[in-house]
Design a protein around this ligand. Sequence first.
Ligand code: UFG
Length: 344
Amino acid sequence: MFRPGSDAVRQGLDMARYLVTGGAGFVGSHAVLALLDRGDEVVVLDDLSQGHRAAVPAGATLVQAQLSDRAELARVFANWRFDAVLHFAALSLVGESMKSPMHYLAENLGNSVRLIEAAVEAGCLRFVLSSTAALFGKPERIPIDEDCPVAPGNPYGESKLMVETALAWAESIHGLRYAALRYFNAAGSDPAGRAGEDHNPETHLVPLAIDAALGRRPALTVFGDDYPTPDGTCIRDYVHVTDLADAHLRVLTRLETHGSCRYNIGNGEGHSVKQVLGAIERVSGRAVPHSIGPRRAGDPAVLVAASERLRRETGWAPRFGDIDKIVRTTWAWREAHPKGYGDR
Ligand code: UFG
């Protein structure tokens, strides 16, 4: 019987097959594009609760299922032989996690543990985790390198730290090799316009500010201008989602010859909220209507990554690190897709 992924079928082909959970979401869909672009085969597992069917490119197979469904997970791993799992599916809103902490811990940890277990049982011993800068809470030093102490300031960050710990146990007991990629502020859109950012509700600065400039939303509220930064607004390290996707490809290659790794991923350059608004005005020629509001609970003043380890060990170098490129690609996608993927 034909079984996709059997050695006979794969022999001689310089390609791999990956399971991508959350591949219909923002970062996941861009990673799927990057894998397909280099000729790999992709199975997306997504329950479409936050992701979008239209975000899954035609070249990928979509399995609509929940990670809580053990039987479905077992079926997926029995149907295909994967070279690695890329795990993006998660609840990821810091503010929401402060309101429903147990829900966040249970969902993110429980789903990840089931997925790790299913991968190990199927003999798939390569795993890339979408992790977060939220592990670092209010960081001890800036820029934040991988040796900075972790101390999550919210249940979302805590849940990702727990998953990293689960992976470390799977490594020491089952020989799983993993990469934990701690993203800073993912932003931007596929430069070819094939995918973009469409959250519901949208909470992120760049899409909200662009929509305000396009007149599709009310004026943006800047959350505080009394931080200890040069212009008083929070500084973040915005990293283009296509550069993030490229980091995934590189760590997949590295995992073939090296052990597990943890990387902080950002451009190493911070931009304040006001600087981001300035970039939008520069790129679009339109003003971003905004007002200054109170601080948002839990926002650290400055988060900037030190990504030297990723650069040194994988050759990663951001191609879209410039804030104007991040804004330009986001603007283009939002202008072309006034309703996002149009399914909400
Ligand atoms: N901001 C505003 N007004 C808004 C929205 C955001 O002023 O309407 C500000 C925030 O206060 C913050 C900056 O813009 O200073 C960026 O905020 P985002 O909500 O876009 O992103 P966060 O930095 O809060 O969070 C992102 C991811 C998290 C991740 C975190 C790690 O969304 O999942 O980065 O740094 F944990």
